[in-house]
Design a protein around this ligand. Structure first.
Ligand code: CA
Ligand code: CA
Length: 150
């Protein structure tokens, strides 16, 4: 018994030392991340919300690093304050490399041209929130966004 106790203590000390070495090396390697349009505020089905319309009826799609959501077509908004679920946009989700900048736009589609409701850029690091897109003179939207490390 008097011999085993020092042995266990030595093993525990060795285990603790190896953990202490492993943690800083993991922290130094930057992680990839995933951006998802998903419920942040606990209120379902309002993940894309019209704050102010661009026209009488807005036909909206999202661009995440140039990729369109929904992949085809648009989602219509006809009342200020109206919310639509992420699923209406094809549950937007994309993976980015560590250090990559994430660029996201809300676009109102017209027959002849597009109106950009706003552009936001995020670092590839954890955050979440209801992000405003209101660069345009007319029209403002908010999108619930989460960025998580993967
Ligand atoms: Ca929500
Ligand atoms: Ca328009």
């Amino acid at each position: 018994m008097t011999r085993r106790t020092p042995m266990i203590a030595t093993l525990l000390a060795a285990a603790a030392a190896s953990v202490a070495i492993a943690v800083p090396s993991q922290a130094q390697s930057p992680a990839s991340c995933r951006l998802t349009v998903t419920d942040i505020d606990g209120i379902p089905n309002n993940e894309v919300k019209a704050i102010e319309l661009n026209e009488n009826v807005d036909d909206i799609f999202l661009l995440i690093d140039g990729q369109r959501f929904p992949a085809s077509g648009t989602v219509s908004f006809s009342t200020p304050g109206q919310g639509r679920p992420a699923s209406a946009f094809g549950n937007p989700s994309r993976v980015f490399n560590a250090g990559e900048e994430i660029k996201m736009k809300v676009v109102e589609s017209d027959p002849v041209f597009r109106d950009n409701m706003g552009t936001n850029r995020f670092p590839c690091s954890p955050m979440e929130g209801r992000i405003p897109f209101n660069d345009a003179g007319a029209g403002a939207y908010a999108v619930e966004v989460r960025v998580e490390e993967i």
